[in-house]
Write a protein that binds this ligand. Structure first.
Ligand SMILES: Nc1ncnc2c1ncn2[C@@H]1O[C@H](COP(=O)(O)OP(=O)(O)OP(=O)(O)O)[C@@H](O)[C@H]1O
Length: 303
């Protein structure tokens, strides 16, 4: 079992009639890793997760969980995976606790004690009928049902949409606890800010293709900074524009504005320090902007 990827996707391709939702996607998750699967609507995230759950059959390529083929060994895969689908399917007339009992029974593992602890941490009342729950509370119940049997792998489709920030924080803490005991998490999102908080690596999907896989730390090194410097003297824009990786250089009056990734800051600040400075500001852009700068919005991609 040692060294076996928790999840492995190889050349995974899925066509729905004439629409190719996923093309030749490959990546692997190590045990203990949180992998954020990021992409705009329609990029193919849900398709990938459903292939991993063996709910649909790949056109070509393979999806594996703990070495088991998701399509051919779907039943065994379901035993080791906690899955939160994009659309939560619950029984309106049952309470949360009845869902817990039902799913516990199906899995042959009551899990009620753990479910009660999870619900407490997420601030979910398990005794209310599901039909009276808000979208966020239904989502919490889906999370409780996925985590209560302590599965080794979690596959989560946009799991925290609808959760308020405090609950999101607790939810991320639960994911972290899951990985410290060797569990793995694959979760999809179209919101980078959320993924960066909890993921070790991020894979970006665009129009069915995996365009990049990056460690969150490496992405931070590329993170854009917006700089504004006011000088006591005239300065030539060209000297700043010549610093490698510095972009959007403009000098208006005696004020320089430009953007630079973290790794270019040292050279840029040394160039700025050659002139008499009155005021200086350096603000880190959010990763969303960094992402769009390096990978584009993908809106113009042909499928
Ligand atoms: N059952 C289906 N039949 C035909 N086309 C489908 C089907 N399911 C998905 N698609 C198409 O496949 C593409 C990928 O869809 P998918 O739901 O995997 O994307 P997504 O990244 O999860 O998007 P979202 O964030 O909106 O859920 C889309 O163009 C979608 O219209």
């Amino acid at each position: 079992m040692a060294g076996e990827p928790a999840i492995q996707v190889e050349g995974l391709t899925k066509a729905y009639g004439r629409t190719t939702a996923l093309r030749e996607v490959s990546f692997a998750l190590d045990p203990g890793e949180v992998f954020g699967y990021l992409g705009p609507n329609g990029a193919g995230k849900t398709t990938t997760l459903r292939l991993l759950m063996g709910m649909i059959r790949p056109t070509s390529g393979a999806a594996r969980v703990l070495g088991m083929d998701s399509w051919r060994e779907a039943v065994a895969v379901h035993r080791v995976v906690g899955y939160v689908p994009g659309e939560t399917r619950l029984y309106d007339r049952l309470t949360g606790r009845q869902h817990v009992a039902y799913f516990g029974h199906l899995r042959g593992d009551p899990g009620e004690k753990r479910a009660t602890v999870l619900a407490g941490r997420l601030d979910l009342d398990l005794d209310r009928p599901t039909r009276s729950l808000s979208k966020g509370n239904r989502q919490k119940l889906a999370v409780v049902l996925a985590l209560m049997s302590e599965p080794r792998v979690l596959i989560l489709d946009e799991p925290s949409g609808g959760l308020d920030p405090l609950v999101q924080h607790e939810f991320h803490a639960l994911l972290r606890e899951h990985t410290t005991t060797g569990g793995s998490v694959l979760f999809s999102s179209h919101v980078l800010a959320e993924v960066q908080r909890v993921a070790d690596r991020i894979g970006v999907l665009r129009a069915g293709r995996l365009v990049t896989v990056d460690r969150v730390d490496d992405l931070r090194a590329k993170s854009l900074h917006h700089i504004r410097a006011r000088f006591a003297e005239d300065v030539p824009a060209t000297t700043f524009a010549a610093v490698p990786d510095v972009r959007d250089v403009a000098v208006a009056g005696r004020v320089l504005t430009c953007s630079a990734p973290e790794l270019a800051l040292d050279a840029l600040v040394k160039e700025i320090a050659r002139h008499r400075l009155l005021d200086f500001e350096c603000v880190e852009a959010d990763l969303e902007e960094t992402f769009l700068t390096y990978y584009g919005s993908g809106a113009d991609d042909a499928a």
